[in-house]
Design a protein around this ligand. Sequence first.
Ligand SMILES: Cc1cc2nc3c(=O)[nH]c(=O)nc-3n(C[C@H](O)[C@H](O)[C@H](O)COP(=O)(O)OP(=O)(O)OC[C@H]3O[C@@H](n4cnc5c(N)ncnc54)[C@H](O)[C@@H]3O)c2cc1C
Length: 336
Amino acid sequence: MRIIEDFQLKGQNTFGLDIKAKYYAEISKIDEIKELYSSYSSSPIMILGGGSNILFSKDYDGLMIKNLIKGIKKVYENEDIVLIEAGAGEVWEDFVQYTVDNNWGGLENLSLIPGTVGASPIQNIGAYGTEIKDVFEELKGYNLETGEVSAFSLAQCRFGYRDSVFKRELKGKFVVTSVTYRLCKNPQIDIKYEALRSELEKLGIESPTVKQVSEIVCNIRRSKLPDPKIVGNAGSFFKNPEISDSHYQKLLSLHNDIPGYKTGNNTIKVPAGWLIQKCGWRGKRLGNVGVYDKQALVLVNYGGADGNEIIKLSENIKESVKKEFDIWLETEVNIV
Ligand SMILES: Cc1cc2nc3c(=O)[nH]c(=O)nc-3n(C[C@H](O)[C@H](O)[C@H](O)COP(=O)(O)OP(=O)(O)OC[C@H]3O[C@@H](n4cnc5c(N)ncnc54)[C@H](O)[C@@H]3O)c2cc1C
């Protein structure tokens, strides 16, 4: 296995930031992680997938391990369901399209999300009313300290909104090596999500297939989100905040168009993009960075930006949302 020093990561992060890793290695087998860890255990170690949810503020002063563990296999099947295990280094969209081509339901709403299978449970990726926790069976993780591989059930992953145990207590402790999804052979299509439903109505599709839903999701995403190959970005920069019902009612009395979705007994989720837009940030450009004009939740690198310019912009946005709505936005992207 080759270890490269001062490796250029510009092509390995979707913000397109010009930064380097002190050491970089690509692994395609679990044994290779063991080998690397025994030689580099005193350096910081980080696992890299597609780099689509990371903002580097500086060069990485440690070992960056690119996970390329591949393979897709059926591990169980009955009349109704199929369990499919995919290697962590599989490209997420290739895996989703593999399940769609087989007409297995469950992942179609998550089409075209950049990144790898191994990162999908880290923040419990979600889109169009579905999160991976809805179809998750288990994952296998390599414990960097003990060198053992253990299975994690749904309950053990402690998934939340863009959250899991791997972003908290177990952050940096495990390398996800594979994830198994439970997919449906007689798919019940989930079209609760408004944008999806109205697109199906426009097309006159009453009983959509898994493939049709996937295609519509891809079309909506292409029309709304910037392609990182053209404009650097990491998708939604902030999480949608959850606030108390009383806080929401107070805001509603001041802004009668504020959207909100009930998430618990006394909690309302408010779209962060709406809050940012209301503060006048949508489409604003400051030097090399800016807020995407079609979706205020997305911060972009127009070229040549430093990670700190994006962080500064995000802080300014947070402060103005706090001032206007008394809400402190939480960052979704991992800042390193
Ligand atoms: C245009 C665009 C649209 C997006 N849309 C969505 C969306 O709709 N919904 C959504 O949820 N996200 C979205 N994202 C964010 C991103 O695509 C997902 O979070 C994705 O899962 C990140 O995968 P990755 O392989 O690129 O992970 P990376 O960015 O490489 O890594 C993210 C984090 O996971 C850790 N990690 C990665 N792989 C492993 C592993 N095998 N084991 C342990 N830790 C690991 C890394 O160390 C890092 O902390 C979008 C991003 C972009 C650029």
